[in-house]
Design a protein around this ligand. Structure first.
Ligand code: ADP
Ligand code: NA
Length: 324
């Protein structure tokens, strides 16, 4: 069975972008892959986090992983900081990374641009991410479009290490979905939807109440031409809503554009919101059952043990290869 690994940062409440671009695929892939899904809290602290909010977001993400349909009997769910091999191999991967290639990462440029006191960890985030993936002999990494560049770097670092020391790492492949790989912000459809955006109107949180979802979609930025058709360049706002509607309703974009011929944006937005609400409802119900349960903690404990046991083997190989 092929192995998959992916991680999500507990840096806020997950968005519809995280769900459609990443999590839905995790659920499909767990059926025929050996799967590891991580809560990457050490990545989250590369920018300042409030201590209590971070703790809450970690558990909230764990509950959402399960609520969307990840099954702890099939997939290993765990917290990155509870498995020390991540930080240990992360350091070793920093030692094979060049500052220049890290400075060229667009996520680093975006997140550091105009900021004072940028942490050095924001720069060295990609070697830690490489370690996350390489520790598990990962074959496939399912992620959204924004992670493509980091994945290319991971492959480069793995190849460099294999060449320089010993051929121990599997070179992972990136798996980006055909549709939904880049769900856009509702307030600025040229930017990706992100949970770390300070404006909550820009994203739909997976835990937003129906009335909030309606309001956010109603005020989503579109254009003045009333036609509902898919055109990312000319009509990025409507195209984004079409993608969201399509993925939440499982109707194709062609079907939707046909259905909405001659119908205005008002009705279209109303129906898009209904599709999102219906898709999130069972996830939210399950989330509320799980969030304060003992079950959640025992799932994370089991995940930690299994991840630790697996990761430790690769860490030892890497240490040996480097002469540590
Ligand atoms: P965020 O940018 O919201 O903080 P993360 O960096 O934690 O998200 O990413 C978690 C996963 O969700 C990654 O696989 C990432 O590619 C995917 N993802 C994040 N935002 C989007 C989006 N707007 N559309 C599609 N996938 C996304
Ligand atoms: Na991100």
């Amino acid at each position: 069975m092929k192995r998959i690994f992916s991680g999500i940062q507990p840096s806020g409440t997950l968005t519809l972008g995280n769900y459609l671009g990443a999590m839905t695929h995790f659920v499909d892939l767990q059926e025929d892959h050996e799967s590891f899904f991580c809560i990457v809290d050490q990545h989250a602290i590369t920018v300042p986090q409030d201590r209590l909010a971070l703790r809450k977001n970690i558990l909230s993400l764990a509950a959402l992983y399960i609520a969307v349909g990840l099954d702890p009997k099939k997939a290993t769910l765990f917290i990155q900081s509870e498995v020390p091999a991540h930080a240990q191999l992360g350091w070793m991967m920093q030692c094979v990374s060049y500052i220049g290639e890290l400075e060229r990462m667009t996520q680093f440029k975006d997140k550091s641009d105009g900021q004072e006191g940028v942490s050095s960890a924001l720069l060295t985030y990609p070697p830690l991410m490489a370690a996350d993936i390489l520790l598990y002999n990962t074959d496939i990494v399912p992620v959204g479009e924004d992670q493509k560049q980091h994945l290319e770097l991971t492959r480069n670092l793995a190849e460099r290490f294999n060449h320089k020391y010993n051929d121990i790492f599997t070179i992972p492949e990136v798996r980006i979905p055909k549709q939904g790989a880049r769900i856009m912000s509702l307030t600025d459809p040229l930017k990706k939807m992100s949970k770390s955006n300070p404006n909550p109107k820009s994203y739909i949180s997976m835990l937003d109440e129906p009335a909030v979802i309606k309001k956010k979609i109603k005020s989503a930025v579109t254009d003045s031409d009333p036609e509902i058709r898919y055109d990312e360049k000319e009509k990025p706002g409507i195209s984004n809503l079409l993608t969201i509607y399509s993925l939440c309703s499982r109707k194709t974009i062609e079907e939707l554009t046909k259905d909405y011929q001659g119908i205005g944006y008002g009705q279209f937005k109303e129906d898009t919101a209904d599709a999102v609400i219906a898709r999130l409802k069972p996830i939210q119900d399950r989330y509320h059952e799980l969030i304060d349960s003992e079950e959640l903690h025992s799932i994370l404990d089991e995940g930690k043990d299994h991840a630790h046991h697996t990761a430790q083997k690769m860490l030892k190989k890497a240490e040996k290869a480097m002469g540590l």
